[in-house]
Design a binder for this molecule. Structure first.
Ligand SMILES: [Zn+2]
Length: 151
């Protein structure tokens, strides 16, 4: 067993066991515990602000409404990590780290940087359809990952 626990090839370990949430991010983590994906949407202009930000980067207003999303999307960009960031992460490599453009949203404020699991690092490609899956780290925290939707 490594410093990071038992590793699964293709899956970056959950190194966080607490959310370290702030009032600005707490709604995301509360929904995550219930396997729901929510994102903050500017109450003024409708721009999604993920990760949450104190001000809208389009209209500079502060108010947000939290919107539940379907948890599906398409790979916008990705990289395959073949060299472990730490020697104890060798058994997790290769794994895919990607940016997913979320369904039910639009624009740069509606993408998530996540580990994409259950895919072949040699054939994964931009545009592949993916769906969220929640890893229940403990009773207080779930963390999102995405996996391919079978064609
Ligand atoms: Zn706005």
């Amino acid at each position: 067993m490594s410093t990071f626990g038992t590793l699964t090839r293709g899956q970056f370990p959950s190194i966080l066991t607490e959310t370290h949430a702030s009032p600005m991010t707490q709604p995301f983590w509360d929904a995550a515990k219930e396997d729901r994906l929510v994102a903050p949407k500017c109450a003024s202009c409708g721009t999604f602000r993920l990760p949450p930000s104190p001000y809208c980067f389009v209209c500079r207003q502060r108010d947000v409404e939290w919107v539940e999303l379907p948890g599906t999307g398409a790979i916008y960009s990705f990289t395959v990590v073949r060299h472990p960031l730490h020697p104890d992460l060798a058994d997790a490599c290769p794994y895919v780290s990607g940016v997913v453009e979320l369904d039910g949203t639009q624009g740069a404020g509606a993408r998530m940087l996540v580990n994409i699991i259950g895919c072949d690092p040699d054939t994964v490609k931009i545009g592949d359809r993916v769906a969220i899956t929640w890893e229940h780290v403990n009773d207080e925290m779930s963390t999102p990952r995405f996996r391919p939707i079978p064609a």
